[in-house]
Design a protein around this ligand. Sequence first.
Ligand code: AP5
Length: 231
Amino acid sequence: MTDIILLGPPGAGKGTQARRLVEERGMVQLSTGDMLREARTSGTEMGRKVAEVMDKGHLVTDEIVIGLIRERIAAGGAGAGFIFDGFPRTLAQADALGALMDETGRAIDHVIEMAVDDEVLVERVSGRSTCATCGEVYHDRTRPIPGDGRCVNCGGTTFTRRGDDNADSLRVRLLAYYKQTSPLVGYYYAKGLLRRVDGLAAIADVAAAVAAILDGAADGPAAAETEAAGA
Ligand code: AP5
């Protein structure tokens, strides 16, 4: 069983790669973004607050997201391993995840940083659409919805665009990434867990690089690579 974290800014391709790992390896995707989008439709006071924060591009409180992840891990059903997608996003969340994993006798095997240039992110998120039935992710240019208007995965015919996929919200989301989430690169580097893939490559090439890490065919952790380069 392999537990991994996919780390990267909005639009880096975390969700796209996570879905492939679910289909190809039977891993289980734990996306806090998806969980929060579900919560916002619940009609509760908490859901209303979450919606407001998400639409502006800010991070939801650590307390809420850690609670969501705790419930999912406790429920078990990890399949071939958990893929943490969009979590952790702060140092407090990373510490909490470490404690939760310890409690359940699990451990993070790899933290895969998806490296991209900021310039491509606007284009990626503004062209994104999602199958309303199964969550399959498309892009107007790089992964268009098939000509017959049916989802390749489930045949669904309704596709949605996210409320926070606009230039203003993306700017705030990027700022949140650099201020609150990017310190996790150093955090996991120090733990010897950090691996990097080129998120600018074609979707299939990114998937191959991720697969090489999971199968142990890639070079060692980013920390070890950097040390070797400096030696
Ligand atoms: P969340 O849903 O996690 O969004 P995000 O991190 O901003 O990431 P995205 O889903 O936008 O991008 P992605 O990396 O998954 O890219 P994708 O694969 O879709 O979070 C949303 C909000 O929820 C946050 O802003 C926050 O408010 C809240 N939240 C969530 N988690 C939280 C937490 N832990 N703590 C606090 N708040 C939290 O790809 C994007 C597009 O690019 C697609 O169209 C895809 O087809 C295309 N694409 C993907 N890969 C490639 C490629 N290699 N080449 C070309 N196109 C590609």
